[in-house]
Ligand binder design. Structure first.
Ligand SMILES: [Mg+2]
Length: 392
């Protein structure tokens, strides 16, 4: 059995271009799907996949670990930069999809699963409509409350919001009170039985992140995400040590040693590895094993397309410490036209029952994908009041 080609299909989905990866083999009808979506870097990832394909064509697709080592270590430059790590992930997911199809088992079954009856999912406020999630002004507390009620009405028992405004490295009381008002409005809207998450997008400095974390601690957040840059391991650790709220991070960390440093520093309680950015299932399984030793929860970052979601769920059915899966469903109205999924989502509670089809269990409708060709992603920029550059 040999790999004969690796193709990419780009599908423009408003905020992101989904990059679907198709690994072809010399066996009739046998191919695998992966996803390597990296917003604002679409052309780079597509080219990186083309570069990597030179290493793989002619190789046996079932030697997944061997091929992962090849992609990560050959060509001198290790594959943990975000572009190449994403490209490797897309190919790795497709190789595991092939392995599932060859053995006629869902991916989770290849790793000893399923370990649970269902995977819980959570939504963004607005369900993935970028304006609702990213552009609701932090001082519009009523809107946060309304969108929270809507998420619960849509069946979710947990949702994430961006209730912390961008701040300069140091600011006074106002942004803290703004965030408190937004979170208070959401808590009042949905009560105590719904889990609320706040994502800071690593906008705050460690000093501001600590203030936000302390001010929001009384509201019992399920987790508090990226309260400062992931590079600031000490800053994250200081924040986690100061509050009982679980700190979540990891969506921008691309390799095992990066996670090791965060875990060893006790910088987080929730590991948000992104299966499409940290080297695919092959590296994600190593990260999960290390997290298990620290009893750190897994809650993958997954605002991408439908193959990423299928992969994140397969992972969840194989990992004991997996607590919840991020999902978006309202980013584009034609999401379900592009893919047929092997798993079933129950609207009540938004829980997902296991996929029973081989591999990732998905079918991509390539004709539908071609209706949405690449377009430049919309710019998302943050500037502070004085015109200096902030983090989006
Ligand atoms: Mg995030």
């Amino acid at each position: 059995m040999k790999i004969t080609g690796i193709e990419t299909l780009v599908c423009h989905a408003r905020m992101r271009n989904w990059i679907f990866v198709k690994v072809l083999t010399d066996q009739p009808g046998l191919f695998g799907w992966g996803e390597a979506t990296l917003e604002w870097h679409t052309r780079s990832v597509v080219s990186a996949i083309e570069d990597l394909s030179q290493l793989l064509i002619g190789e046996d697709p079932r030697r997944v670990e061997y091929l992962w080592q090849m992609m990560y270590r050959q060509h001198f430059w290790h594959g943990h930069g975000i572009t190449r790590a994403t490209a490797i992930a897309g190919i790795d997911l497709a190789l595991w999809d092939i392995m599932g199809k060859v053995t006629n088992m869902p991916c989770s079954m290849l790793w000893g699963g399923p370990v649970r009856d269902y995977v819980r999912t959570y939504s963004h406020l607005g369900g993935g409509k970028m304006e609702d999630f990213y552009e609701t002004a932090a001082d519009d507390a009523k809107r946060f409350g309304d969108l929270a009620r809507k998420a619960v009405a849509d069946g979710f028992t947990a949702f994430k919001s961006m209730a912390v405004p961008p701040t300069m490295p140091l600011e006074g009381l106002k942004p803290i009170k703004t965030a408190v008002a937004a979170v208070e409005a959401m808590r009042e809207a949905v009560g105590d039985s719904i889990d609320i998450m706040v994502d800071c997008h690593a906008r705050p400095s460690p000093a501001m992140g600590l203030q936000f974390a302390k001010a929001l601690e009384p509201y019992g957040l399920y987790f508090f995400e990226e309260p400062c840059w992931p590079e600031s391991v000490d800053g994250l650790a200081a924040i986690q040590a100061a509050v009982s709220t679980p700190i979540a991070t990891g969506e921008r960390v691309t390799h095992l040693a990066g996670f090791r440093d965060l875990f060893a520093a006790r910088a987080l309680s929730v590991c948000q590895l992104d299966i499409t950015h940290c080297g695919g299932f092959t590296e994600a399984r190593r990260v999960a094993a290390l997290a298990e030793a620290y009893r750190i929860s897994l809650a993958p970052h997954n605002p991408q397309g439908p193959v990423s979601t299928a992969a994140s769920l397969e992972f969840g059915f194989s990992q004991p410490s997996y607590i919840i899966c991020e999902t978006v469903h309202g980013d584009v109205p034609w999401r379900e036209d592009v893919v047929q999924e092997g798993f079933v989502t129950e609207k009540e509670g938004r829980i997902v029952r296991p996929n029973k089809k081989p591999g990732l269990g998905i079918t991509i409708n390539e004709a539908e994908v071609r209706k949405h060709p690449f377009q430049q992603e919309l710019p998302q920029r943050v500037y502070y009041k004085d015109g200096s550059i902030g983090d989006w």
